[in-house]
Design a binder for this molecule. Structure first.
Ligand code: ADP
Ligand code: MG
Length: 335
């Protein structure tokens, strides 16, 4: 265990930003804190970094209690969304900065900085100033600047949040590769569920200062611990109440993922009902249908566009269709 949080809590006035967090993180793990804005992710990260003192609880790093250690004595580094590069320094000087502060000699720190520069694929950019770089390149410099210190743990607070979608997806892959390559434990914060699912070894889902679920991405998606997680991670159809009981023949709240629902087809041995297509959203490789069933239940269904064209699916709006799914794909969720 490289990081152990026990009973970690922090309030700002009446706001319980972090409300009793227990979390064990393994050496070399890519662990993501996922949750909506204001759920306490940044505050947890800042307490691990030492920028914020907890009201209660303990933080262990490699078995040592660091709860009250000053930030600069902790073997962790933080990468922020806004890069926080020194604008007047060139790339290589930005990366070397931490080593210079530690008193490492010029030759050695240049060598180490060049290795970090290669790790983030920015060879040839050492003498540029931050304002001569793209957003993605600036974020790589910020990464290299943290990696060069060889911290035990790297803390990343929405590091890709400022990038456009295409670049963000590319950086997600690179960042994950880089993490594997350097073997440093990453604690990554995001509010983007897709990002969390694609990059992480495990995900801690936060809501109102508490961990709602800690699990592997597939388990978070397929077996959400409660209605909050089910609603926050992926698109969820939650079936409950009187109309739900009538439809399913069982009480409680049930989750069916959109990709499990067939439109205009019958799943053998599965549910069979009809609905009216209210919305059609053509996504290129797939189409999303919003279907109204009886009793005020609306379900989202996702269908691969294996043969249909955009025109065909658009013409399905307002039509009455068969709706079907396997009973095995109904998952019971706690409220
Ligand atoms: P997240 O990173 O998940 O968006 P934060 O940890 O930043 O959440 O914030 C959690 C809660 O604590 C929010 O309600 C936020 O407004 C509050 N908060 C965070 N930092 C401060 C602060 N320095 N002063 C007052 N309130 C704060
Ligand atoms: Mg935050």
């Amino acid at each position: 265990m490289i990081i152990s949080l026990r009973g970690l809590a922090k309030s700002f006035g009446a706001v319980r930003a972090v409300d009793g967090v227990d979390l064990d993180i393994y050496q070399g793990e890519f662990l993501t804190l996922l949750g909506p804005s204001g759920s306490g992710k940044t505050t947890v990260l800042r307490m691990i970094a030492g920028f914020e003192a907890p009201d209660a609880g303990t933080i262990q790093l490699n078995g040592a209690d660091i709860t009250h250690l000053p930030a600069y004595e902790r073997d962790v580094n933080t990468v922020f969304q806004d890069y926080a590069l020194f604008p007047h320094m060139d790339v290589i000087s930005n990366i070397e900065y931490g080593l210079r502060v530690k008193g490492i000699g010029k030759t050695e720190r240049r060598e180490q900085a060049m290795v970090a520069l290669q790790q983030v694929r920015l060879e040839g950019y050492e003498n540029r100033k931050p304002n001569q770089l793209s957003g993605g390149q600036r974020q790589r410099v910020a990464l290299a600047r943290a990696l060069v210190n060889r911290p035990a743990v790297l803390l990343l607070d929405e590091p890709l949040g400022a990038l456009d979608l295409k670049l963000r997806e590319q950086m997600q892959i690179e960042l994950k590769e880089l993490q594997r390559q350097v073997g440093i434990t990453f604690i990554f914060v995001t509010h983007d569920q897709e990002e969390a699912l694609t990059m992480s070894d495990r995900v801690a889902v936060f809501d109102r200062g508490k961990i709602q679920q800690l699990d592997k991405p597939a388990s978070i998606y397929e077996r959400p611990a409660n209605a909050f997680v089910a609603g926050f991670v992926g698109i969820s159809n939650l079936i409950s109440g009187e109309a739900g009981q009538k439809l399913l023949g069982k009480p409680g709240t049930w989750l069916v993922r959109p990709e499990k629902i067939e439109i205009d087809a019958q799943v053998p041995g599965g549910r069979s009902t009809t609905g009216v297509i209210r919305e059609v959203e053509y996504l290129g490789p797939a189409t999303r249908f919003l279907v109204d069933l009886e009793g005020g239940i609306s379900l989202m269904a996702l269908r691969q566009n294996t043969s249909e064209s955009a025109n065909t699916v658009a013409s399905m709006r307002n039509s009455t269709v068969k709706v079907s799914w396997s009973i095995d794909s109904e998952f019971h969720v706690e409220n």
